[in-house]
Design a protein around this ligand. Structure first.
Ligand code: AMP
Length: 331
């Protein structure tokens, strides 16, 4: 019996389900009531399963139903269920679920990047060390929420006064450059890294400040909440480094936790010296791939058909089934 491709209804679910249907799979979405009309409208989910809480998915109630489901994790999936619950769960996930621990635990993430020879912005041990513009990042919050910019120690304490519950944070050098978030797919079956495209996250309000005169923008604190994504292509001469970073990350993952496969992204900032600085790793599909449901400028070159990341996932699963290697992909 062909498995059903399923995911939680958010983030990149429409793309994932569309791609699964294009590859001939039945699909299911797990969602809350207010979202039902979205999935009714887009017609990519053969089944819409409604839950009150996403954690219900982990309970016994769905054991039978989910026995034939392959779940595709995405950013909201990891946020709603939690990587620790995913590590323990009986659900079948595409990819190596251990990679979700390495993207979520920032100490592990920095170790992984360091071993992959990918530069990261400097992290300061305390506010007294701040000697250049920095970004303060809160780790409990997701999607850049609550991040702010400081230029010295004094500004740090002034701005911290407004923070009610100072949750875990880091003080990180602010890298001035252009953001590039390259999307990759590593095929475990073919041992090959593919480059799928790049996006830039649109962030409010930092990306809007340039639209008003400086005498007004001076008074506005930049914030970095991700609200959308815009497409971008990169200088072709930089592609070797883009590939190298992806390959290094895959190689290091084999050493640390048994490998990274499927879609992933390295969130980077490229400086005028052509140095990439990584600010994050996403060890699963990123929402920026939603720009390329019909394929990207890069997938167009390799594939003679529209190839989204969602469809590529489904194709890998199909190949896993056909070659008797599906179990290797679900760990
Ligand atoms: P993150 O949650 O780390 O992906 O950060 C959210 C956004 O904040 C990024 O997409 C960047 O626009 C911005 N940002 C984060 N870290 C830095 C940094 N070290 N230098 C410059 N911008 C940053």
């Amino acid at each position: 019996m062909m498995p059903v491709i399923a995911t939680i209804g958010s983030h990149s679910s429409l793309q994932i389900l569309k791609g699964a249907k294009e590859e001939g799979f039945k699909t299911a979405v797990i969602t809350k009531k207010p979202m039902v009309k979205i999935y009714d409208s887009f017609k990519v989910a053969d089944e819409i399963l409604i839950v009150d809480n996403y954690s219900d998915m982990l309970g016994e109630k769905f054991n039978d139903k989910f026995s034939n489901f392959i779940f595709i994790p995405h950013g909201s999936f990891v946020e709603y269920i939690g990587y620790k619950n995913m590590l323990k769960s009986n659900l079948k996930f595409f990819g190596n679920r251990k990679s979700l621990e390495w993207e979520s635990d920032r100490r592990k993430m920095f170790k992984w990047l360091d071993d992959s020879k990918i530069k990261v912005p400097k992290i300061f041990d305390g506010p007294d060390e701040i000697d250049r513009p920095c970004i303060i990042k809160f780790y409990g919050a997701k999607g850049g929420k609550g991040y702010f910019f400081v230029s010295d120690e004094k500004e740090f304490y002034e701005k911290m006064k407004n923070i009610k519950e100072a949750d875990d944070y880091i003080i990180q050098e602010y890298v001035v450059g252009t953001r590039f978030y390259p999307h990759y797919f590593y095929s475990k079956l073919d041992h090959e890294l593919e480059f799928f495209g790049i996006d830039i996250r649109y962030e409010s309000n930092a990306d809007s400040i340039g639209r008003i005169p400086p005498k007004f923008s001076d008074k506005i604190n930049p914030t970095y909440v991700v609200v959308g994504n815009t497409p971008v292509v990169i200088r072709e001469s930089l592609l070797p480094r883009v590939f190298e970073m992806g390959e290094n990350l895959v190689n290091a993952s084999k050493k640390f936790f048994g490998g990274l496969w499927g879609p992933f992204c390295i969130e980077t900032i490229l400086t005028e010296d052509m140095e990439f600085y990584a600010i994050e790793v996403s060890a699963r599909i990123v929402a920026g791939t939603n720009l390329y449901i019909d394929g990207s400028q890069y997938t167009k070159i390799r594939y003679d058909e529209p190839m989204s990341t969602g469809r590529r996932i489904a194709r890998e699963i199909k190949k896993g089934i056909e070659t008797g290697r599906l179990d290797e992909l679900l760990q």
